[in-house]
Design a protein around this ligand. Structure first.
Ligand SMILES: [Zn+2]
Length: 310
């Protein structure tokens, strides 16, 4: 095993241990504290967005801060575009990022959340392209494969259908194609961040296989308020995601699950009973961090829609 493998594995294990204890957000001091073999390496840089492990020539993490000059940008495939440090491709940190690319060394993407100064972490991610002319790298999720094809197609289809069902007032001035494009962007990263906050469980039934989990939007992405922040998402299994999107299930601002009255009155087999009716008036499973819990104003707005559909 080479040294970079050992450091990367130690960094991921460090994060995994915190995740197991329910911590998914970190302040800068905690991240600076990361040590390897008795040496304090830190998982972020004190100043720069790209954190190079000194003497190693590769980056362990990239960071987006609230104060940063470059906001998160995504290409049409939903991959993150991350700007080099400055405009010189030969700066040490930029060369390090390109080393990650050449040697396929995974890294961590830290993203400062808006509400406080802590960081979400998304890992492992990979540098899948480096462009010296544009001074940027393309970043993809390492486990991107689990949510391509079937799921993304289903989500796109479901978004198209939901879009067509909406009142024009919710659509604002954005065009149809732009709305679809917006839905595709950030999807993989958004999903990963939401599932992480919910410890990879469906917030309704606690089903815990990420392969069958999706990130539902409370206020749809196409809405001007449909921000790609975790507090606008809920981790849901495929069936409960569709049920939520189609107002078979509503979640009120007290985090109580409400099952559509028509479903409650219906008599059917075990799926209806155990998959839906049993959850009526139960609480959803929530992230441990308050700032990642669903925004109550968003839930209220969304719940009005549920009530008028019931
Ligand atoms: Zn579920």
């Amino acid at each position: 095993m080479t040294s970079h493998d050992e450091i990367v594995n130690a960094a991921f294990s460090w994060l995994n241990e915190h995740f197991k204890k329910g911590q998914t957000l970190f302040n800068r001091d905690e991240l600076l504290d990361f040590s390897f073999q008795g040496k304090r390496l830190g998982l972020v840089d004190r100043q720069k967005g790209i954190h190079v492990i000194s003497g190693s020539g590769f980056a362990i993490s990239i960071t987006t801060t609230n104060a940063g000059n470059y906001n998160d940008r995504f290409n049409d495939s939903g991959q993150l575009l991350y700007h080099y440090q400055g405009t010189d491709p030969n700066l040490k940190s930029n060369i390090a990022l390109k080393n990650n690319y050449k040697k396929n060394i995974p890294l961590i993407y830290f993203r400062q959340i808006q509400s406080d100064r802590r960081y979400e972490c998304i890992y492992p991610v990979l540098v899948v392209n480096a462009d010296d002319l544009k001074c940027e790298v393309t970043i993809d999720l390492f486990d991107y494969g689990i949510n391509t094809n079937a799921e993304s197609q289903m989500e796109t289809l479901s978004n198209v259908m939901a879009f067509e069902e909406k009142e024009p007032s919710l659509i604002d001035n954005r065009s149809y194609s732009e709305s679809i494009r917006l839905n595709r962007n950030h999807q993989a990263f958004f999903r990963k961040r939401v599932l992480t906050a919910y410890s990879n469980k469906c917030s309704i039934c606690k089903f815990a296989h990420p392969e069958l989990l999706q990130a539902g939007h409370i206020i749809p992405d196409r809405d001007s308020k449909g921000v790609a922040e975790v507090y606008n998402g809920i981790s849901l299994c495929s069936i409960h995601h569709l049920a939520f999107d189609r107002n078979f299930i509503g979640i009120d601002p007290n985090y109580d699950i409400n099952v559509n009255k028509k479903l409650l009155d219906e008599i059917d087999g075990p799926m209806l009973q155990h998959g839906f009716k049993d959850f009526h008036h139960k609480k959803i499973f929530l992230p441990t961090e308050d700032v990642l819990k669903p925004n109550k104003a968003f839930l209220e707005k969304r719940f009005e829609e549920f009530k008028s559909a019931s």
